[in-house]
Design a protein around this ligand. Sequence first.
Ligand code: HEC
Ligand code: HEC
Length: 324
Amino acid sequence: MYIRCFCSAIFMLIAVPGSAPAQQSPTPWTMPEVSALPRDARGQLIRDGRDIMLATYAFIGPNVDDPAKRFAGNNLACTNCHLSGGTTKFGLPLFGIYNDFPAYSARTGGPITIEDRINSCMTRSMNGRALPNDAPEMRALVAYVEFLSTGVPKGEQVPGLGAGKMKELSRPADPVRGSTVYARSCAACHKPDGAGVLRDRGAPQLGYMLPPLWGPDSYNDGAGMARLMNFANFVHFNMPHGADYLNPQLTDEQAWDVAAYVLSQKRPHRAGLEKDFPDLLDKPVDAAYGPYADGFSEKQHKYGPFAPILAAIKRLKAAASKKQ
Ligand code: HEC
Ligand code: HEC
């Protein structure tokens, strides 16, 4: 099964309250319903946006007929990571986030719009180029993301955003141990070579049944998913496919180690990464590329342990604020 039905997602949310880890609220989300929209221009735009989320490869993928529409550099779909079209708790949801924008971005060191944020996934997660703000595909994606925030007041932080947060390890995550986890729990779907399974091998514009995790058609090394914390938490709370935050199937250790294994494989390189996060004290500790302000190696930033880095950054921040 490729695209999980929205109704089962809602069932999952109301199932077994109380079994969720204490810090994760099982409060159900009141998700607006795309299919119930009127068939007017706005309703159609939102539907188009959902279609592009679910089948990105078919509209703006690298193999679509019209070369001018080849914006994405891989045949992934947004929904491969933003699960169920951005409606799954801790499955990198896009529910309730629209009013957070414009937002400060540590990555650029300035304010960004929702279009900029989508383009950050276009150039990194989709390994492609930016959509112009006025492109119909961008208008549709923005309309869909805005629609997902229906009824969520500005400033409200809905619980369940992101990919969750499990306990960190006190040792580096270990690619060798992770390879065993991969072979047992991932390879059947994502394949031993990480390349996934296309729907039709002769027609990549029809997308993947099972998306690749590394190799030339995956996200690049500047993507959020290329960072250990995002990957490990996403996998812990969502994989193997069918797991969710109420019923994780991997232990914390297995998730950290399999993340180390997958992220030690080859993927497309994005040029200019050293310019990301101009304020180095705001750079996420798991960004696997320098420069850094803290003196720790790229290797420790990639695999952890992160606690000593966090402590060093805290000291540097305190020192910097004293100077001012
Ligand atoms: C390979 C996985 C992946 C794919 C594919 C992907 N994204 Fe993302 N996206 C992420 C991750 C991870 C984050 C959070 C990154 C972070 O905060 O560091 C994110 C964040 C976002 C955000 C901001 C969410 C927030 O909470 O503020 C938006 C909007 C977004 N993505 C839209 C899209 C759209 C639209 C597409 C398809 C064109 C897409 N993404 C494809 C992984 C992906
Ligand atoms: C039963 C098949 C299955 C298994 C087993 C499975 N996955 Fe997935 N995985 C999927 C599918 C399908 C998606 C796309 C999700 C969607 O579109 O709803 C996905 C998406 C992903 C993604 C985000 C998209 C991308 O291309 O990067 C990551 C990361 C991931 N899986 C990692 C793993 C890891 C690590 C394991 C092993 C612990 C695993 N998966 C086990 C089916 C599976």
